[in-house]
Design a protein around this ligand. Structure first.
Ligand SMILES: Cc1ncc(COP(=O)(O)O)c(C=O)c1O
Length: 366
């Protein structure tokens, strides 16, 4: 009886505060649990991590698993510091870059007068802003779907954008970011480099010069570790200390032992990492040509995905559904209006993308 009452109350969301009722949570891309022919919807890497990373997990994943992990992830942070030629005090690690972005919103953007980000961008940004009750302004992309940094100039503001942008994939050249940093010394600037390893200029080398810059990185895409949930940020020591203060007020152990060890090994296997990134870039360029041969228009991409519009009268939504019916997942955003005729397609292996093109041709010609 009591159980039934509790269930009923839950169903009625009786205990939700008004705040929870008003939340508008992020909707992640579908993660089907069964077999799927082609999963090209959440920008994962088609290649497995380096064999040494798998070996580390298989052979040492259970070592000392009865003990809490290092709360500071010191070995991993110092490995990342060496890799990027910065000090360990410039490195923060988190449970996916999503967690780090959440800490950044709370720690650096709360109570800022002007938080600016693009109107078409990673859709978690407005979700975090609402979660932490942060007001923000979204700056429109230009007619070519590019981020125009000249529109973000503001005294004492906060700016966040991905490079390359998502879901468009369009990269911003490093020189433009440096010019922007030079013009905006009083604002905190966050560059979200989740996809940077696929041919986009990184801003990590600017962190030493610009104390107001934080760069976030993900191990989920280029390092094939989406299932492990590891991200990191590089920034000035004081900014990193701010993030550490938030982490230690929320969860002291965001990275488990396995995640810390496997990530260290991933950085040691640099040749494998570079080779897989190169393969994906090559496949992406081939795939773009194949789509263009079918009269699709494709935005320039510096990521492991492309954003494409079918030729009229074909509709992106219909193609998305027809692909789905035959077990091929891509991402379709039904809003905002400007994106309604686009598909975002993750780059898989050559073989996968060839299969995709074959199936797409069948759909178009039916
Ligand atoms: C632009 C952007 N930033 C950050 C993330 C988060 O990545 P993760 O939490 O897996 O590191 C994503 C994931 O899709 C993304 O698209």
């Amino acid at each position: 009886m009591l159980d039934q009452l509790i269930t009923e109350l839950r169903l009625m969301s009786k205990f939700w505060s008004q705040f929870v009722k008003n939340l508008d949570p992020y909707i992640p891309g579908e993660q089907p649990q069964g077999e799927i022919r082609l999963k090209l919807n959440t920008n994962e890497n088609p290649y497995s991590p380096a064999p040494a990373v798998i070996e580390e997990i298989q052979n040492h994943g259970a070592d000392r698993i009865n003990l809490y992990p290092d709360p500071e992830s010191n070995i991993l942070r110092s490995t990342i510091a060496t890799y990027h030629d910065v000090d360990i005090s410039n490195v923060f690690v988190g449970n996916g870059s999503d967690e780090i972005l959440a800490f950044i919103f709370y720690g650096f953007f709360k109570n800022k007068k002007n938080l600016l980000f693009p109107n078409i961008t990673y859709s978690f940004y407005p979700v975090y802003a609402k979660l932490f009750d942060i007001s923000y302004q979204q700056i429109p992309l230009n007619n070519d779907f590019e981020i125009d940094l000249s529109l973000y100039h503001n005294e004492d503001s906060a700016v966040i954008f991905p490079n390359p942008n998502a879901p468009t994939g369009i990269p911003i050249p490093g020189k433009k970011i440096e010019d922007f940093l030079q013009d905006n010394p009083l604002s905190i600037i966050i560059v979200d480099e989740a996809y940077v390893d696929f041919g986009t200029d990184s801003s990590v080398n600017l962190v030493k010069k610009y104390k107001n810059l934080v760069v976030t990185r993900s191990m989920s895409k280029s390092r094939s570790l989406a299932g492990l949930r590891v991200g990191y940020a590089i920034g000035d020591t004081t900014l990193i200390d701010g993030l550490i203060r938030i982490k230690n007020s929320f969860n002291s152990y965001p990275l488990d032992r396995i995640a810390q060890k496997a990530s260290v090994t991933s950085f040691q296997e640099d040749n494998y990492f570079k080779e897989t990134c190169k393969k994906i870039i090559e496949t992406r360029n081939r795939f773009i040509k194949a789509l263009e041969n079918l009269q699709f228009s494709v935005l320039p991409s510096g990521g492991n995905f492309i954003f494409t519009q079918p030729p009229s009268p074909l509709s992106a939504n219909t193609i998305y559904s027809q692909l789905r019916d035959i077990g091929i997942l891509v991402r379709y955003f039904n809003q905002p209006e400007k994106l309604k005729n686009f598909l975002r397609i993750t780059i898989g292996t050559d073989q996968q993308m060839d299969l995709f093109i074959d199936e797409l041709k069948k759909i178009i010609n039916q």
